[in-house]
Design a protein around this ligand. Structure first.
Ligand code: PEP
Length: 257
């Protein structure tokens, strides 16, 4: 039986500067050290803005708090004349474990298509970062194609050329549920997560499909996380708005208690 360690990840988007990040991560680590709870079975991670990563690295390393972290985006290029871009190797040198790739806000506001997403996945893996590949359908896609066709197609294209041994995470984030306060139901999330796992099986084989974590994202809160986590193919959550509130985010990480 494959056991997948649940991952609860916070996408801060363009919130919290590096001073605020220091305070937040320190307090989060203290909250998670609370002896009354056992967190060893859940992995927590944050995705701060680029400018916070060095500070987050310092806090995480200084006290060996086991909070993972990563960037919200990465360049497809290794280095060179790409003003404003940040290379995967730079993130790796800050000990980032993860990087978000293809978040719906990158896809819609910055025109990232599946080819760009695939190139970013490859750039991340090339620097031993774990890409958190975000996929999801818009309300219009849902109406036209049903819930899983678009996310499955996005994932399949993002995995082109990826080795079956690669360490990746998939985040299913229906665009209509992001920031809307209207989360998918656990059953809806499970249905698409199961389809995404089949797509993983097809692209990367059984071992990768069984080991790869699939997160649900879209208006996850402390009061709805437990329902998602009960679903067999949902292995964690990518949390936006609620990850900016320390108590709320800590409660989401504590979904088992
Ligand atoms: C996100 O943007 O990844 C997200 C899930 O946002 P929210 O939790 O605010 O819906």
């Amino acid at each position: 039986v494959t056991t997948r360690t649940p991952l609860i990840a916070g996408n801060w988007k363009m919130n919290l500067d590096h001073f605020q990040a220091i305070a937040f991560v320190q307090k989060l680590a203290w909250a998670l050290k609370d002896a009354k709870h056992d967190y060893s079975s859940v992995e927590a991670a944050v995705f701060p803005p680029f400018t916070d990563l060095r500070s987050v690295q310092t806090i995480v390393q200084a006290d060996k708090y086991e909070i993972g972290y990563g960037a919200q985006d990465v360049s497809v290029h290794a280095s060179g004349a790409y003003t404003g871009e940040v290379a995967a190797s730079f993130l790796a040198s800050l000990d980032c474990r993860y990087v978000l790739v293809g978040h719906s806000e990158r896809r819609t506001l910055h025109g990232e298509d599946d080819a760009v997403v695939a190139a970013k996945v490859s750039a991340a893996l090339g620097s031993s970062l774990v890409p958190v590949i975000c996929v999801g359908e818009t309300a219009e896609d849902l109406e036209k194609h049903g819930p899983s066709a678009v996310p499955v197609a996005q994932l399949t294209r993002a995995l082109e050329g990826v080795d079956s041994a690669a360490d990746i995470v998939v985040a299913y984030e229906p665009v209509w549920a992001i920031g809307s306060g209207q989360a998918a139901t656990p059953k809806q999330a499970e249905q698409v997560a199961a389809e995404l796992r089949s797509a993983l099986r097809e692209s990367l084989g059984d071992e990768a499909a069984d080991r790869t974590r699939i997160l649900y994202g879209g208006s996850v809160k402390a009061n709805n996380i437990a329902g998602f986590m009960r679903e067999p193919n949902v292995d964690g959550a990518l949390v936006g708005g609620a990850s900016l509130d320390l108590n709320e985010f800590a409660s989401i990480i504590r979904y088992q208690s």
